[in-house]
Design a protein around this ligand. Structure first.
Ligand code: ADP
Ligand code: MG
Length: 677
């Protein structure tokens, strides 16, 4: 039922409620308080403390008003039977008509001392008529929007909840509720709004956190089980024909961690069971070599391989590197990106589907368009955090056979998030940087002064290169683009002998490629860029990064950006420019100065932004958590995982029909995963 038909709502209010996500009465089932007020005991007037926000109840014994200049003051004297207090409202003259001597009023607000009389007064921020259900218990506080009042919203939510909870079916059978000591869902929702005490609150919350985690874990558990049992994949053999040649031609030796992870990957590929592996390694750890090892193994077995990157710049970089090393070995490498001309794209797709192309490097274009493969055996997804959880499935479905999947990510994420996002993958950790790397020095300055101007000149004089980054967000794209463009002109003027280039997302792909190639070839000293260079880009001689308006970047974004420098054994410097004063951005920039440890930064980031924003919830496919906190509720997450595994293993059991009914009410969780039960 639409909420506007609830008694006392109507069209105008319904429109405002829509801003809170409340359209249908059902929506209250996912609408939760953000705080509570404990009104179990009403403090007597005598106990109210000066300077605090408190509430009390009293009988109205006197009503007066006064005006001074533009101000109107409503003064109501309240009596709780023992003491009296003056309650004050500013500029709400209409209240005079509503108040009646003799009625009992609930007021909450700041307690102060009247400067003249010296008695206690309360500056009221909220008042309610005393009714039997708004005191004597714990009361929910909801997020508000313009023109909706707390007590009004409480009333509406209360009505809707009573209606919806009666209809709500319990998804879990009683045996599960008992085994996991879970409250029934309807009860948990009610208690979460109106907990009787701390204990019922805790139980209600536990059940709702479980609810948040469980269904995604169920999808992951079923997928994991399928990966293990039903599907037969390809059993590659390690021939070492191409691999030996490639790794011998590299100018460096693999790190211990690289060798270990490569061994884990190859072991998976030898197995008939399809590989589903996540490799996590901080920026610059050398994940590309892991991809290369897997690709070469697939190619040696005469299978095609595909690698997908989140940006065209990164895809192009991979393409060039692979072309450089693999063409001499007789491998046909193709680049497939969205910006190709229709004709070229069609021709390349033909090369792929006919089996002439051995290795395909690309962006989303790889999955979005109708690319058929001839004998695809391996799919690699680089910088996975930029893709959705479910997007990665789309690519592995491209081929008839069940292909091996390797996922690379630089975003070091807390374990709870790994479980949530990648719960269906095995995991390898690349926990060692190539030798000789010197930690990047990071400074935070307000303005580029003479000292730093000289530092820029010195760096260029040494033959090193510089990234100069400007923020760009969609909402203010035009202004941002202008800032970057003008910035590059100013920089060119400031450093007349220095070669300056500009790179941003709105340029034609050909222009982007040309600028990137010039920078790589060291024909440019400074590259002014927006965040298009954020992930994966690898130019070894870049040793300095200057970030304008650093406060406008998220922490993991800053970390990724900074990862573009310090990729060799040279001293590198990252300069954050910002005059920010907000707490949040000061903490972000402070953390950047303090550490280069991606794991620590990720935790700070998650804490500051909340998991929803952490990856951009739409992008990451993390369903919004209504109640759960990914950092704090890890224990319940582990329980949810266990329960999900138990139910996944026994999913034909009619006892669990309710569970799957509820899962199917949340289609965003299992899109593209046919036959979830
Ligand atoms: P990321 O993990 O960020 O994708 P890359 O694979 O781009 O890292 O590697 C970062 C840089 O380190 C590249 O310039 C690469 O050539 C270099 N590199 C990779 N492995 C090694 C190694 N074992 N020794 C020295 N340099 C390496
Ligand atoms: Mg990379």
């Amino acid at each position: 039922m639409e909420i506007q038909y609830i008694k006392g709502v109507g069209a105008a209010l319904a429109k405002k409620l829509q801003k809170l996500g409340l359209v249908d009465t059902k929506d209250v089932l996912a609408f939760f308080p953000t705080g509570w007020e404990d009104r179990r005991k009403i403090p007597p007037i005598a106990k109210l403390e000066i300077g605090k926000d408190q509430f009390t109840v009293g009988k109205i014994v006197q009503i007066r008003e006064s005006t001074r200049g533009k101000y109107h003051l409503t003064k109501v004297l309240l009596d709780d039977g023992h003491n009296k207090i003056m309650a004050l409202w500013f500029n709400q003259a209409y209240l005079m008509k509503l108040f009646k001597v003799g009625t009992r009023l609930f007021v909450s607000g700041k307690i102060e001392r009247d400067p003249v009389s010296g008695t206690k007064i309360i500056k009221v921020s909220q008042h309610e008529w005393l009714e039997k259900d708004n005191t004597g218990r714990i009361i929910p506080i909801y997020p508000l929007t313009n023109g909706v009042y707390q007590k009004q919203l409480r009333h509406i939510v209360d009505l809707c909840l009573r209606q919806e909870l009666k209809l709500l079916q319990e998804p879990f059978p009683p045996t599960i509720l008992e085994a996991y000591t879970l409250l029934p869902l309807a009860k948990a929702i009610w208690y979460f709004h109106y907990p009787a005490d701390e204990n019922t609150y805790r139980q209600a919350k536990r059940r709702l956190v479980m609810e948040d985690f469980f269904y995604l874990q169920l999808v992951l558990a079923i997928t994991r089980e399928r990966n293990r049992s039903e599907d037969k994949g390809i059993a590659f053999t390690f021939k070492n024909t191409l691999s030996a040649k490639y790794f011998d031609s590299l100018p460096y030796k693999l790190t211990g961690a690289q060798s270990r992870v490569i061994a884990e990957v190859l072991e998976d590929m030898k197995c008939e069971r399809p590989m589903n592996r996540l490799v996590q390694g901080d920026v610059g750890a050398g994940k590309t070599e892991i991809a290369m090892a897997a690709i070469l193994m697939a190619l040696e077995n005469n299978y095609q391989a595909a690698i997908m990157a989140p940006t065209e710049i990164l895809a192009t970089q991979h393409y060039q590197k692979m072309l450089h090393y693999l063409m001499p070995l007789g491998i046909q490498v193709e680049l497939l990106v969205g910006s190709l001309k229709a004709g070229t794209k069609a021709r390349k797709q033909q090369l792929v589907s006919s089996g002439h192309a051995d290795l395909v490097v690309g962006t989303h274009a790889l999955i979005q368009e109708k690319v058929g493969y001839d004998h695809l055996g391996l799919v690699i997804i680089d910088e996975q955090h930029r893709f959705g959880v479910l997007q990665r499935r789309a690519l592995t479905k491209k081929s008839g056979e069940v292909v091996d999947l390797l996922v690379l990510t630089a975003t070091p994420i807390p374990r709870s998030l790994t479980l949530t996002l990648y719960g269906d993958l095995d995991k390898s950790i690349l926990d060692e940087l190539p030798p000789g790397r010197i930690p990047i020095k990071t400074v935070w300055i307000k303005k580029l002064d003479a000292f730093w101007m000289k530092a820029v000149r010195d760096e260029v004089a040494k033959g090193n290169q510089i990234y100069w980054v400007f923020p760009l967000v969609e909402e203010s794209e035009k202004i941002d683009l202008r800032a970057a463009t003008e910035g590059s002109q100013q920089i060119a003027l400031m450093f007349p002998d220095v070669r300056v280039g500009l790179l941003h997302g709105k340029m034609k792909q050909r222009e982007k490629d040309a600028v990137m190639a010039e920078f790589r070839a060291r024909n440019l000293d400074i590259l002014v860029a927006t965040t298009v260079i954020e992930v994966g880009v690898d130019v070894p001689d870049a040793t300095m990064m200057i970030i304008e308006h650093a406060e406008r970047f998220g922490l993991s974004q800053l970390h990724q950006l900074r990862g573009r420098i310090g990729r060799r054994d040279k001293v590198s410097t990252c300069v954050l420019i910002s005059t920010t004063r907000t707490d949040n951005s000061m903490r972000r920039l402070g953390a950047m100065v303090e550490t280069t440890d991606g794991f620590k930064l990720a935790e700070v980031d998650l804490e500051l932004r909340g998991p929803g924003d952490y990856f951009g919830s739409k992008q990451s496919g993390i369903p919004t958590m209504a109640v759960a906190n990914l950092l704090k509720d890890e224990r319940i997450l582990l329980e949810a995982k266990k329960l999900a595994e138990r139910i996944a293993a026994d999913r034909k059991n009619p006892l669990y029909a309710g569970v799957f009914r509820r899962l199917h009410e949340q289609p965003h969780l299992y899109v593209g995963q046919e036959g979830m039960n």
